[in-house]
Design a protein around this ligand. Structure first.
Ligand code: PEP
Length: 250
């Protein structure tokens, strides 16, 4: 039985004062939920704040990106070891908002994935198709290729220390979530791809669904066999809604 995982993606929202309130509400509402794991991925400058408020609460924290390089003359980049310095346990890799706005290639994403693991961070690898790709019926081919970039380079066993988030691009921030059947079908495909190379890893792999998860669709989504939790954007900025989503998983 895979333990459910809920990851908050705050994106570029918040400030010291509003984060303080939101994290305090998370602690009050979520620390007693014992049978799920919760991770909050904050903007880089607030890692220290997350660390100071969340340590010893049972809620973990992480980042939304990292450099593909370990150290060096890379102005503006943040390395895996810097994230570790602030107690981060997880890092989101390849979010579609970054892949499109900052032209991240599958190859760069694969390098970031392994960079995170080599420094003891759990990568949360985002995969997903555009609406045009779904309408053309090529969504499995697209997601399969995103996974293959990692599997072909490093083997499927690297997914033993990773999380995959299926995030159909057309569902992110649009209010239009995938149906639980659409999501389950893709999650089954993802698990099957890993299973084709490594059954043990595929059985324990957590595959999250992300894209307009709300309190009212969370129960149905999380009830599906291969959906092991969620990556939550907008609703993670509202403590009440986030709590309801976490309770749906718990
Ligand atoms: C996301 O950005 O990862 C996400 C899932 O956003 P939202 O929940 O707002 O669709």
């Amino acid at each position: 039985m895979r333990r459910k995982l809920i990851v908050a993606n705050w994106k570029m929202h918040g400030n010291l004062a509003s984060n303080k309130q939101l994290l305090a509400a998370y602690i009050e509402k979520l620390s007693q939920l014992k049978n799920i794991d919760v991770v909050v991925c904050v903007p880089y400058p607030y890692l220290a704040q997350a660390q100071s408020m969340l340590q010893n609460t049972g809620i973990a924290w992480g980042a939304q990106n990292l450099s593909k390089d370990a150290v060096g003359a890379f102005t503006g980049e943040v390395s895996a070891s810097m994230l570790k310095d602030f107690g981060a346990t997880h890092v989101i890799i390849g979010h579609s908002e970054r892949a499109t706005a900052y032209c991240e290639s599958d190859e760069n994403i694969a390098t970031k994935f392994i960079q995170a693991q080599q420094h003891g961070l759990t990568p949360i690898l985002c995969v997903g198709e555009t609406l045009i790709e779904r309408e053309a019926g090529v969504m499995q081919m697209v997601v399969g290729k995103q996974l293959d970039t990692i599997i072909n380079r490093y083997g499927a066993a690297v997914f033993a220390n990773a999380v995959v988030a299926y995030e159909p691009i057309w569902a992110i921030g649009t209010g239009l979530a995938a149906s639980s059947e659409q999501a389950q079908s893709m999650h089954k495909f993802i698990r099957g791809k890993v299973a084709a190379q490594d059954i043990t890893t595929s059985t324990s792999l957590k595959i999250l669904y992300g894209g307009s998860v709300k309190p009212k669709n969370a129960v149905q989504l999380f009830a599906m066999q291969d959906i092991d939790g969620g990556l939550i954007g907008k609703c993670s900025l509202n403590a009440q809604e986030f709590e309801l989503i976490c309770r749906a998983a718990a």
